[in-house]
Design a protein around this ligand. Structure first.
Ligand SMILES: Cc1cc2nc3c(=O)[nH]c(=O)nc-3n(C[C@H](O)[C@H](O)[C@H](O)COP(=O)(O)OP(=O)(O)OC[C@H]3O[C@@H](n4cnc5c(N)ncnc54)[C@H](O)[C@@H]3O)c2cc1C
Length: 225
């Protein structure tokens, strides 16, 4: 049995930890106060906003099999939404998501998925791993006050590449992480705007929509890019 540190309690960290915990001692270190990472839900009474992933699709049988227990537990649900494409404030196309492949939502919010996957795991919240140091054949994890968080046989880093570069400084894959270019994805907490957007959402005629970054930027009263 090996001791394994997993850095990050997002989807990747939680799933790999669950798999490994069957046979090894696994500790998950998460810098924020909750689990789920970018599958996040923000509470702004009376609204709840999924400001990371808002939904996801299942295109393979393997992924559908992985999802089955979460569907049975009521943690995710199929979302056969009426989906629209917006240009400025007009709907230029719309379609009902069909059965070709399912789209899912977390219930009641996307953070429910992380909470469910975290159950039974040893997770240290508010634990920023600042550096990894080799100690013989093991790894020492240090926090931002240079305090030892623990020593492990293996370390799995699931932080986004740009955040992993410093952590990986003492390993040969730092350069690989440094070369990853991420695409921007903006979340607009738009409760007032949606209400002002007409009655598509309010009356349930549209349940989800794509809009270009430029159109969103214009709606926010500034130029894109
Ligand atoms: C706005 C937005 C919209 C999106 N929409 C969709 C969508 O519609 N459909 C879809 O399928 N996907 C979507 N995604 C992508 C999806 O959310 C991510 O691909 C997925 O959640 C990434 O999971 P992960 O575990 O790899 O990383 P993360 O969720 O980023 O988890 C990494 C975790 O590591 C922690 N961490 C980082 N550094 C450290 C450290 N030094 N010490 C301790 N902890 C650390 C972070 O706090 C975080 O919790 C969206 C993402 C965003 C941001």
């Amino acid at each position: 049995m090996a001791t394994i540190a997993v850095i990050g309690a997002g989807l990747a960290g939680l799933v790999v930890s669950r798999e490994l915990a069957h046979a090894h001692d696994v500790v998950v270190f998460e810098k924020s106060r909750g689990v789920g990472g970018r599958m996040a839900t923000r509470y702004a009474d009376p609204f709840e906003v999924d400001h990371g992933a808002q939904f996801f699709a299942a295109r393979t049988n393997a992924f559908r099999t992985f999802l089955d227990p979460l569907v049975s537990a009521g943690v995710i649900a199929d979302w056969p939404a009426l989906f629209a494409e917006l240009q400025r404030e007009r709907i230029v196309a719309s379609r009902q998501w069909d059965n070709e492949y399912a789209h899912y939502l977390g219930v009641p919010g996307m953070n429910a998925v992380g909470k469910k996957l975290a159950s039974g795991l040893d997770i240290r919240l508010g634990a920023v791993v600042r550096s990894l140091q080799r100690n013989g054949i093991r790894w020492r994890l240090m926090d931002d006050r240079r305090k030892l968080l623990g020593e492990f046989d293996w370390v799995i880093v699931t932080a986004p590449a740009s955040q992993a570069v410093d952590l990986l400084a003492s390993s040969s894959i730092a350069a690989t992480a440094a070369n990853v270019r991420m695409h921007a994805c903006y979340a607009l907490d738009a409760e007032q705007r949606l209400a002002a957007c007409g009655d598509w959402f309010v009356r349930g005629r549209v349940e989800g929509a794509f809009s270009s970054a430029k159109a969103l930027a214009e709606r926010c009263g500034r130029e894109a890019g």
